[in-house]
Design a protein around this ligand. Structure first.
Ligand SMILES: Nc1ncnc2c1ncn2[C@@H]1O[C@H](COP(=O)(O)OP(=O)(O)OP(=O)(O)O)[C@@H](O)[C@H]1O
Ligand SMILES: [Mg+2]
Length: 252
């Protein structure tokens, strides 16, 4: 069967800086695929290219066989793709309810938008209790839940999530992943997720890609990479067989 998302040899530049140098990956329907890489690896750029925020100068991206390259972000969203951006981008002075309404903005049918909100609040009971709170007063984990809830208002087929763990305690990271995996089951979602660290992610993802310097350095099934050594070598650029210096894990 054809993958839901196909990213085929994309190259992206910002002025003189080439951020992606031939990134290829695919995500099958129902999969949870993770891109791991250090600062500046090109993770956000990859998701931005898929969502239409930046235009690759080479390569192709397809969603369910439809070419995305050259389409505007709103048109891509209508094809069933939604992005939870890095840093969440919720509106702190607006209430939780108002933030959710903004998520439904491509939804022209008001009745359906209201049904979608009810369905979401069943999935996120914590948000139901806090509907009239200013979003800026939520905890980091609750803000991440709100960002995810807003992104799934429109019933996407594919959800892109940029560093959901950022700044969250390990226990909260696990909760966020449980919510994402629950959404996969209940909403038939497919997930492509960026993270800086593979800690805690390996147990939740089906497949992992390590991105560094704008290139995929390693790709494999999460269960096969569980001991972490191949990931560390790809992440830090150790050549195969060279003895890596002791490394400190810098991210929770
Ligand atoms: N809007 C931009 N203009 C110019 N350069 C950019 C822009 N966005 C990203 N870059 C550069 O492109 C490269 C890849 O950045 P990107 O944000 O995709 O990395 P990342 O893997 O998401 O990093 P992080 O883990 O810090 O979020 C970096 O060198 C970055 O400085
Ligand atoms: Mg990033």
């Amino acid at each position: 069967m054809r993958p839901l998302l196909e990213v085929d040899d994309i190259h992206v530049r910002y002025g003189d800086l080439v951020a992606l140098r031939g990134v290829s990956l695919h995500v099958d329907e129902g999969e949870v695929v993770c891109i791991i890489g250090p600062n500046g690896a090109g993770k956000s750029t990859t998701l931005a290219a898929v969502a239409g925020g930046v235009a690759p100068f080479r390569g192709e991206i397809r969603l369910a066989g439809e070419p995305l390259t050259g389409r505007r972000p709103e048109a891509i969203a209508r094809l069933g793709l939604s992005l939870v951006p890095e840093g969440r981008h919720i509106f702190g002075t607006l209430t939780v309810d108002e933030n959710l309404k903004l998520g439904g903005h491509v939804q022209s049918d008001k009745r359906r938008a209201a049904d979608d909100k009810e369905r979401l609040l069943d999935l996120f009971p914590r948000l139901r209790e806090r509907l009239s709170f200013p979003a800026g007063r939520l905890s980091g984990g609750e803000q991440q839940m709100l960002a995810v809830a807003r992104a799934v208002m429109t019933r996407p087929k594919l959800l892109l999530v940029d560093e959901p763990s950022l700044g969250l305690a390990p226990r909260i990271v696990d909760q966020i992943y449980e919510i994402l995996l629950d959404l996969r089951r209940r909403e038939n979602l497919t997930l492509l997720i960026n993270e800086q660290s593979s800690n805690r992610i390996l147990k939740h993802a089906d497949r992992i890609h390590v991105l560094r310097g704008g290139r995929i350095q390693l790709e494999g099934r999460a269960d096969a990479l569980r001991d972490g050594e191949a990931i560390r070598n790809a992440y830090f650029g150790f050549s195969h067989g060279s003895a890596p210096a002791p490394v400190q894990e810098t991210h929770a």
